[in-house]
Write a protein that binds this ligand. Sequence first.
Ligand code: UDP
Length: 337
Amino acid sequence: MSDGNRPTVMVTGGAGYIGSHAVLALADAGWRVVVVDNLVTGFRWAVDPRASFVEGAIEDAALIGRVIAEHDVGAILHFAGSVVVPESVVDPLKYYRNNTVATRSLLESAVIGGVRHFIFSSTAATYGIPETVPIREDAPKAPINPYGASKLMTEWMLADVAAAHPINYGALRYFNVAGADPAGRSGQSTAGATHLIKVAAEAVTGVRDHVAIFGNDYNTLDGTGVRDYIHVSDLADAHVHALEALIANPGDNLTLNCGYGRGYSVIEVLDAVDRVTNRPIERRLLPRRAGDPDALVADNSAILARLPWRPKRADLDLIVTDALRWQQHLVERDAQA
Ligand code: UDP
């Protein structure tokens, strides 16, 4: 291991939205980082220059074995995968390949290479439609789409692998991730956005002319869907804290919700966007989207108890402001191209 007890950290998917913010958080905290990304949905420019970069697939065992050995990798933060829920419904085998099978291979490479710590991007989609909100980690896991199932299967693999081999893991179950690096170094850049705050940011910058509200007859205060939006930089920080905890307590694993424990409706989110820009965007009421639960809000008492992590940007207007700043940057960049 390099730097005393500080191993080099491999970040898979480090050219993607959340992974690139994790690289920033790690590098800002002084960690040595090597990114592995196949650049199918990620961007080379999104990888912080302080990190090494290897273009390749996580299921390429020869490549991953080489990277682990050459960079003296002691921990893996695994973000690479497919993330579009509706796509997982029409192409489930892509999700079981990219999220489950590929992770099996990466885990095997980790075990063979002697990697001691593994942090996995899991999701609130593992809960499906919750019986009670806020959701605790021990709530029933009943995913309602292949995306959630593909991630839950990986959680099962992690538990079995950690019981059998000298490796511990963190499974971080993300709620709704939004916003962008406050310093403007990265943000959500993938084309074909479907997530509410990104879609709203595109409407503000004229990339689209309206925002759809998918249903207003949900069992919530104003009838629109309620979600727990977490700022991507706070989420990235949670990974750094989880890594430190796994290193400090090699016998312990962590399965933690990542959210603020506060829900906002679609209308509240759109009101925040209008407030921040001082200019209303057009809203159109559409039918419900298939498979959308009424409300998904994290019970985050476990992460607050287990890690010294404390949210720094738990404010909807801040999340929206950072998302808009990044969207503006993308529009200006594309105008110059
Ligand atoms: N939503 C919406 N219009 C959009 C995108 C999303 O009304 O253009 C709603 C969606 O029905 C859900 C909430 O916003 O209630 C968050 O959806 P998103 O796709 O951002 O994340 P999800 O919770 O589905 O992962």
